[in-house]
Design a binder for this molecule. Structure first.
Ligand SMILES: Nc1ncnc2c1ncn2[C@@H]1O[C@H](COP(=O)(O)OP(=O)(O)OP(=O)(O)O)[C@@H](O)[C@H]1O
Ligand SMILES: [Mg+2]
Ligand SMILES: [Mg+2]
Length: 483
């Protein structure tokens, strides 16, 4: 980066909208499911026809609290909703029911890990609100259509403090947030389908100064990678403009994935005055300590806690622990696996090696892996006892277990005649054959090149088709090479 860019510090605050995985909408029993034929998940309440009354979805509040507790927020006990008034055709009511001054979760943080180290990104709040409908502009050359299925689907808006300073941090923050909502089961975290959406607020300031610069809000990124691209592009645009003597205006811009750049949607002067006021049709709701404690009791182990456990209690390398905890399914599988084997490192090797390869090959997630944790543990024990080698276990036995899921690994190894040979009378002639094949290497070994041992072992393995017991092979080889 040339000097002009390194003079500046980037400041980023993210607003993330996450659709909650409730069956019904936030204020009525219409289905909250994604998709469906247009305007089939609607009723007079979704559309706010006169005389209808909204009713609060308790599950949505539970989910918001779950996320808040996982993010170390303070939970607001006295909650009420507010109307955010604006006119747009995707909004059937002419207002959005949201929480304005009293968000259900306050403060808190999300842990992130980047190449620069570990940090806690501070949150401002998490509040509940309802989603708007969807405008469809691509169905007809002259008309736009509106689908209200999404109108009223519960959302949480997770608002960070302006606490991130690189696009890498923003990337790590979104990745962690997505992992958290998936661990908690409160949102599917799918940015491509729009069930998790992110607006990025970006400003720059001269390094060492503390006042915030003018912020620009960038919208319409449909992946975490595109949020990072949008930030990189916007930071450059702002610095270039300032360096050319220009002045930034507070505005909202739209990101274009095809070019990686953005265009202005509206400036602050055109910003809406939302005329917030308390929603008169919904009673304020009070949360008791018992209710919050009961939700806390349902929290699963969170990824960072599991990672720490795997490193400190199981002695795994951090890399292994992180890969295993990338998604909850894999972590759950590993939890079940380590409940039946204490061979933690071997278990991790199996997860990162053969299991992951199978999942990649089949573009599947772990829920489709046909071998149960108990069966995999049996295979690990069989390998550990020296009855079969890891290479035989992964290349021959595991595929059998995948297709014939009920046969136990020892039975498969016996049936296929793959049990490791621990009989010196069988291994000895193979060793003699190998040593006879490499007289020069034998001489070199005896002359001090001890590293050649692995070559001899490898050759014995090859000739025995992987069945020679490695410990015995090493012993016999050492004996014969003494000369
Ligand atoms: N100068 C700044 N530079 C970067 N980010 C900022 C700056 N000032 C505020 N932010 C961030 O902008 C975001 C503002 O979000 P918030 O939801 O509070 O307001 P909003 O965008 O006006 O509301 P909404 O879009 O929901 O109607 C926060 O994430 C905050 O941290
Ligand atoms: Mg906002
Ligand atoms: Mg905003």
């Amino acid at each position: 980066m040339s000097d002009i860019y390194s003079k500046y510090e980037t400041v980023i605050g993210l607003e993330v909208h996450a659709q909650l995985l409730t069956d019904s909408k936030l204020f009525c029993s219409d289905s909250a499911a994604f998709g469906g034929a247009p305007n089939t998940h609607i009723s007079a309440i979704s559309l706010a026809h006169p005389g209808t009354l909204p009713r609060m979805n308790r599950k949505a509040a539970e989910y918001a609290i779950k996320l808040g507790l996982a993010c170390h927020c303070e939970i607001e006990k006295d909650n009420y909703f507010a109307r955010k008034n604006y006119f747009y055709p995707d909004l059937p009511k002419g207002y959005q029911v949201s929480q304005h001054t009293a968000p259900i979760c306050k403060g808190g943080y999300v842990p992130v890990v980047t190449d620069a180290g570990s940090r806690q990104i501070q949150l401002n709040r998490i509040h509940l609100e309802e989603d708007a409908g969807k405008l469809l502009h691509d169905q007809d050359p002259t008309n736009s259509y509106v689908d209200y299925n999404r109108a009223g689907v519960p959302l949480v808006e997770i608002v960070s403090e302006p606490d991130m300073h690189t696009s890498d941090e923003a990337y790590a923050y979104l990745t962690e947030l997505r992992r958290l909502v998936r661990y908690l089961g409160v949102c599917d975290g799918n940015m491509e389908e729009g069930s998790m959406r992110c607006d990025a607020n970006i400003s720059v300031r001269i390094k060492g100064t503390t006042t915030l610069g003018t912020k620009v809000e960038v919208k319409n990124m449909n992946s975490i990678r595109n949020v990072k691209r949008a930030i990189d592009n916007e930071v450059k645009r702002q610095i270039d403009l300032l360096e050319a003597g220009g002045t930034l205006i507070q505005e909202t811009r739209s990101f274009e994935a095809a070019t990686g750049s953005s265009f202005s949607l509206r400036s602050k002067e055109e910003a809406n005055d939302y005329r917030y006021f308390p929603e008169p049709d919904l009673a304020p709701f009070h949360l008791t300590d018992e209710f919050i404690a009961a939700i806390r009791a349902t929290l699963p182990a969170l990824p960072e806690e599991l990672i720490q456990k795997y490193i400190t209690v199981y002695g795994l390398p951090e890399y292994d622990a992180r890969v295993i905890c990338d998604d909850k399914g894999t972590a759950d599988y590993f939890e079940s696996l380590t409940a039946v084997t204490t061979q933690y490192k071997a278990a991790a090797n199996w997860m990162l090696g053969p299991v992951k390869s199978w999942l990649n090959e089949h573009s599947a997630d772990i829920s489709r892996f046909p071998v149960t944790p108990a069966a995999l543990a049996a295979l690990i024990h069989l390998t550990d006892s020296g009855k079969i080698s890891f290479s035989i276990a992964s290349s021959r036995i595991l595929p059998e277990m995948i297709t014939a899921t009920t046969e136990d690994p020892l039975a498969i190894a016996t049936r296929l005649n793959l049990l490791q040979d621990t009989n010196a009378d069988n291994i000895s002639p193979i060793i003699d054959e190998v040593l006879a094949k490499y007289p020069d290497k034998v001489a070199a070994f005896r002359g001090g090149k001890k590293g050649l041992m692995s070559l001899f072992v490898g050759e014995v393995m090859k000739l025995s088709k992987g069945k020679a017991d490695p410990r015995l092979t090493n012993e016999l080889l050492a004996e014969k090479l003494k000369g």
